[in-house]
Design a protein around this ligand. Structure first.
Ligand SMILES: Cc1cc2nc3c(=O)[nH]c(=O)nc-3n(C[C@H](O)[C@H](O)[C@H](O)COP(=O)(O)OP(=O)(O)OC[C@H]3O[C@@H](n4cnc5c(N)ncnc54)[C@H](O)[C@@H]3O)c2cc1C
Length: 402
């Protein structure tokens, strides 16, 4: 057994690396920003303390909102206006127009639906009167699968909001940035004054010098900002999502309730074994915070039995997933827009929505391109890390109680 002194003598020195822009966090905000910086010829790397792919990103429903959800209170809110252009921007990337090229991305649904079990009534009159929303929402006569039961009574609208395969999106972005992503990293020290990060990767100590640091670490941003001596400026808004899997139709829809939030939002994910996964959010996930998982699963079954009584539940399996939305502080309310805080050397990003990530990343790339000259830089010679698994591959499944 070598002595401690001998062990110290044989310990490798930190490997010294340098990059112009160092991004922390491999969710949608970090990966999209990395892609755009590299498109502009800027030397940039991304580090994640876990497997990249994101925490909120992989837990998201993948809906590219166009604002309908934020106008359900009957008014066209600032949120609805801000997000209205996002489906068109994403559709351009899906058509291969602009970076990143997402023409290979699997789209789960080109549109989603909004349904109401009663007449939508006067509170949506103003909403429909707005040209912005009228163009994005259309009453349908032929119901989609899942709402096509003879018992269905209500109104159905088609929304101009695609639903994306988010795990596939993250895998594509990772593949496009091979040699530029280091994960999982042990983060030991971070200094914005000296512009240095110290950490370890695969047992090797690293020292990375950078010019600019981009914090895209979701819920990790608050603690990182504190570590750098900056005020955290972060809020968390928890959700308790529910999943059901089995023989289910592919339905992507919001059920309109009495409030300004959809009562239930269903997205569907085809699993590799042929089963369909329903991912359930909306008010169910907001109200379910603090509920025991077994209770939350039971409430989900009751909600489905009430809203979609023709869906057979007997052979389904159930799971739930608690996750926080991490955002810029806004008195606990949803921020209207994506957030970019510029503290000089350090930029902090919270996209607020997956849908907003391209907008936010373009702002960051524009700002940094004006400050940092393009140069090729060295890729990191390391195998590409795998993408983190989505929640449904990490939960324990439970049968419907008999
Ligand atoms: C349940 C749920 C459903 C949602 N559905 C939708 C939707 O349908 N449509 C929509 O537009 N938006 C949706 N959102 C919002 C959207 O998911 C988020 O706004 C977006 O994914 C945030 O991405 P991000 O990259 O900022 O963070 P994250 O995806 O959380 O990624 C942060 C990354 O940072 C890493 N990290 C953490 N700490 C550190 C550190 N110290 N150093 C380095 N790396 C670190 C983490 O490992 C992680 O990979 C949803 C959110 C939730 C929670």
């Amino acid at each position: 057994m070598p002595s401690a002194r001998a062990r110290r003598a044989t310990m490798p020195e930190s490997r010294a690396l340098r990059t112009d822009v160092l991004i922390l966090g491999g969710g949608i905000a970090g990966l999209w920003t990395l892609t755009l910086l590299r498109e502009r010829g800027i030397d940039a790397w991304l580090l994640d303390t876990a497997l990249p792919g994101g925490v909120q990103t992989l837990a998201s429903q993948g809906i590219i909102h166009g604002g309908a959800k934020y106008a359900l209170g009957g008014q066209l809110t600032a949120s609805a206006r801000a997000i209205a252009g996002m489906p068109a921007l994403w559709r351009a990337r899906l058509a291969g127009d602009g970076a990143p090229d997402l023409s290979a991305l699997r789209v789960l649904a080109s549109h989603q639906y909004l349904w109401s079990t009663h007449a939508l009534g006067s509170r949506l009159a103003g909403f429909f009167a707005e040209k912005l929303m009228r163009e994005r929402m259309e009453a349908v006569d032929t119901p989609p699968a899942g709402l096509d039961a003879p018992e269905f009574v209500g109104q159905i609208y088609r929304l101009d909001e695609p639903v994306l395969d988010v795990p596939h999106l993250q895998r594509l972005l990772l593949a496009a940035n091979r040699g530029r992503v280091i994960a999982p990293l042990r983060l030991d020290a971070l200094d914005a004054g000296a512009r240095q990060l110290h950490g370890a990767w695969r047992g090797e100590r690293l020292r990375i010098d950078y010019e600019r640091l981009v914090l895209a670490a979701g819920a990790g941003n608050g603690p990182l900002r504190e570590r750098l001596g900056l005020p955290p400026r972060m809020q968390r808004r928890p959700l308790h999502m529910v999943m059901a899997r089995g023989r289910l139709p592919a339905l992507h829809a919001h059920c309109l309730g009495a409030g300004a939030n959809p009562r239930l939002t269903i997205t569907s994910y085809p699993l590799s074994d042929g089963r369909m996964l329903w991912y359930l959010g909306g008010q169910l996930a907001e109200d379910g915070v603090g509920r025991e998982p077994s209770r939350q699963r039971a409430v989900a079954r009751e909600t489905l039995a009430e809203l979609l009584p023709w869906i057979a539940q007997r052979e389904l399996q159930w799971a739930s997933w608690a996750v926080d939305r991490a955002e810029i502080e806004n008195h606990g309310r949803r921020p209207e827009r994506p957030a970019l805080i510029d503290d000089g050397v350090v930029l902090t990003l919270w996209p607020t929505k997956l849908a907003f990530a391209p907008l936010l990343a373009a702002q960051v790339a524009g700002r940094l391109a004006a400050a940092i000259p393009a140069r090729a830089g060295e890729p990191f010679q390391a195998p590409a890390p795998p993408c983190a698994p989505p929640p449904w591959e990490r939960v324990k499944w439970h049968p419907t109680p008999r």
